[in-house]
Design a protein around this ligand. Structure first.
Ligand SMILES: [Zn+2]
Length: 83
């Protein structure tokens, strides 16, 4: 790998090469996270647990549409770009 060769060729104790390697890893992780958010833009709704239903406190079998997600059972993932 190019990074390993750059690190091996650098003078011992040079912090610039290590910082550059860490910066490349960090930027790569950010790009990977952004790509994952685009490909998987939804998460299960927190309030209904991904069921899309809201159950009554008085009658356990009575249910209605979840007010938070509107019955879709999913919520938008932050930074996904989906409305
Ligand atoms: Zn919900």
């Amino acid at each position: 790998m190019l990074l390993c060769r750059a690190y091996a060729d650098s003078a011992a104790g040079d912090p610039t090469v290590g910082a550059a390697i860490l910066a490349v890893i960090f930027v790569g992780a950010l790009i990977s996270l952004a790509h994952d958010r685009r490909r998987h833009p939804h998460l299960p709704c927190r309030d209904c647990g991904g069921t899309g239903r809201h159950f009554s406190a008085w009658r356990p079998k009575a249910s209605g549409r979840c007010q938070t997600c509107g019955g879709k059972a999913v919520r938008r993932r932050r930074g996904s770009g989906v409305q």
